[in-house]
Ligand binder design. Structure first.
Ligand SMILES: [Cu+2]
Length: 240
């Protein structure tokens, strides 16, 4: 039994070594899956790992807001929140990032984008992500995503800025915000003082139809059903 657990430990350690620790926030209208996604949507990250969120999806105005499995599109009490970062056009340098350090890898971490524009909001359109979620089952990213897709957008427009989350925390707000037109709203501060501001409504005006035929690596992150559902929602088609 001990040998078996040792093997499992070794395998887990091996998995951690190759785990991806960078998550892209948002994408482009032309990308498979469209604007409203985190890429990759689920990663494995052990305690002490720094997960770097990159706001390279553009144009976009997104947040990384902790939520829960049962309420994907609602801020988790005491959960982390990056605040909103607005990227007007695709940028190749100076992309804002945010470092989140994992402090409890024994529980899945669920998060979403709190942007409400366009309606019904990015989360109900599928912009959710997980860290250390099981790959299958009721607590997986896919299950979380499916719940989010059916959730009404009742999220307040100004998530609580917070560096300290449940199972993960950050030491600074997203940055730099020095690129042309790049701005932040509701960003957390190291002192924990609230600086909430409404998210810009101009960020996602380019939420045009996705191009499902465009080949991109992100496609593998979504199941065939997922893509169909996302496209259906974006086109306002009721799924039966
Ligand atoms: Cu978003």
């Amino acid at each position: 039994m001990r040998a078996v657990s040792s093997i499992i430990t070794v395998l887990s350690a091996a998995a951690v070594v190759v785990a991806q620790t960078t998550i892209q926030v948002g994408s482009t209208a032309a990308a498979a899956g469209g604007i409203f996604q985190f890429i990759p949507s689920n990663i494995t990250a052990a305690n002490g790992t720094t997960v770097t969120f990159m706001w390279s999806g553009a144009p976009g105005n997104h947040s990384v807001t902790q939520s829960s499995l049962d309420s994907p599109c609602q801020p988790l009490p005491n959960g982390f929140d990056s605040g909103f970062v607005f990227i007007p056009t695709p940028a190749t340098s100076g992309i804002p990032s945010w470092n989140l350090t994992i402090t409890n890898d024994q529980e899945p971490i669920y998060f979403y984008c709190g942007q409400l524009v366009p309606a019904p909001g990015h989360c109900p359109l599928g912009m959710v992500g997980t860290i250390n979620a099981p790959t299958t089952g009721n607590a997986s990213w896919e299950a979380f995503w499916e719940t989010a897709m059916g959730t009404a957008a009742t999220t307040p427009g100004t998530p609580i800025p917070n560096l300290s989350g449940v199972g993960a925390n950050a030491s600074a707000a997203p940055g730099p915000l020095t690129g042309s037109g790049v701005s932040g709203a509701g960003l957390p501060t190291a002192s924990g003082a609230s600086s909430a501001a409404p998210p810009s409504s101009s960020a996602t005006s380019a939420s045009t139809s996705p191009s499902p035929t465009t080949s991109a690596s992100a496609a593998v992150l979504l199941s065939a059903n997922g893509i169909t559902a996302m496209i259906a929602v974006l086109f306002g088609i009721a799924l039966m």
